[in-house]
Structure formats: C-alpha cells, structure tokens
Design a protein around this ligand. Sequence first.
Ligand SMILES: [Zn+2]
Length: 244
Amino acid sequence: MEGQLRTLANMQALDDEIGRYRVLQRELPKQLNDIIDSVDQATANLLICETARAEIGKKQRGLEADIKQHQEQSRKYATQLSEIKNNKEYKALNSEISYLKTKISEIESQLLELMDEDTAAKEQVDNAKKELEKAEQCKRDKEGDLRMQIEGLEAKIEEIRAERNDLARTLPVSVVKQYGNMIKNKNNQAVAYNREGSCGSCGFVIRQQMRIELQLMRKLIFCENCGRILMNRFAEEPTESKEA
Ligand SMILES: [Zn+2]
C-alpha cells in the first residue's frame, strides 16, 4: 500500500505540473495579445499625433498664403497711390493699405502661436514614435519566444500526462478512477497531505484514529470533508517509483 500511496503522490506532483502549464496556457496568449495590442495602440496614437501636427502645418501654410496675398495687394495699392491726384481717393487707398498692414500683423501673431503649437505637437509626435519603437522592440524581443512557448505547452502537457498515465497503470483501476474524478472535479487536486493534523487541501481536522491510520498506510484514507485521498508527506521527495 505504501507503494500505491507513493505512486499517487507522484501522480499528483505530475498533475500539479500540468496545472501550472494550464495556467501558462491561459496567461501566455494574454501576454502575447498585450504585446501586439500595445504596438497597435502606439501605431494608432502616432497617427493621431501626426494628423494633429499636419493640421497645424496646413493652418500655417494657409496663413502664410494670406500674408503673401495681403502684401501683394498692399504693394499694388502703394503703386496706385503714386498715380492718384484726388485727395479723397488717396485717403481711401491709404486706409486700405493700413487695414492690410493691421491684418498682416494679426496673422503674424497667429502664426507665432501656431509655431508654439507646432513645437508642442512635434514633441508629441516624437514621444509617440519613441513609444512605438519601444513597443515594437518589446514585440521583437518577446513575440517569437512566447509563440514558441505557447506552441510547446500542449506537447509538454501531453508528455507529463503520458508519464502520469504510466504510473496510473500500476494502480488498481478503481483507485485510478477515484483519482481521475477528483483531478477533474476537485480543482486538479486528488491527493491532500496531512498538514499539522488537518487536511492540507480543505483544512478539515483529521480525527485521531485517522491520523494513526495515515501512519500505518494500510489502506487509502479519504478526507471526511472534501473526499480527497489523505496521506502523510513522505520524508523524501516523491520518487519515480512505479511499484504498486
Ligand atoms: Zn479535505
């Protein structure tokens, strides 16, 4: 019976390992998605920043064209001015010219503001580029490795499962059935160890009589609360012992 118990303990150790790989099977694809997501987000963000900067550039060019037009107009008026003899027309044209000058200086101060906006926008674009580079670097560094790990997990689990099944073949079918049901239905845990007089899994106190039986190792003992196979932890680490 001690051999059976050791085998069950070894099987549980393998199922624990499978459990850890199952967690990775859930976690690693999430990590991979996060990495890909951050590249997508950084790309989208860079596009937003570049679009915003392009808008500013467009406004600047529009205003510069306005200035040019006003200047040309102003020069045209100035030429006309020298040809005018009529005082009233002279005044009217002169006030047109001074209106254009005011307009130009207004636009120039708008342009100065836009230059500040452009500086800020350029900084945002630069930052967004850096973020994207960082995200892409992270993807380059980790994606391949993660994909390989994810692809390898199922094979790894199969390998351990085969090892566990080899152990199971050395046990009576009824015991294997009980064990398998608990692995399936009791959170991947069929074996619970005596932890200072309580079930190591559910914490239920083990009666004195059962504690003695645990030491004797003459039959399988089940936790009266959770139903798991109870045993004392073996002094040494569970070995690959396959004797029944
Ligand atoms: Zn229990």
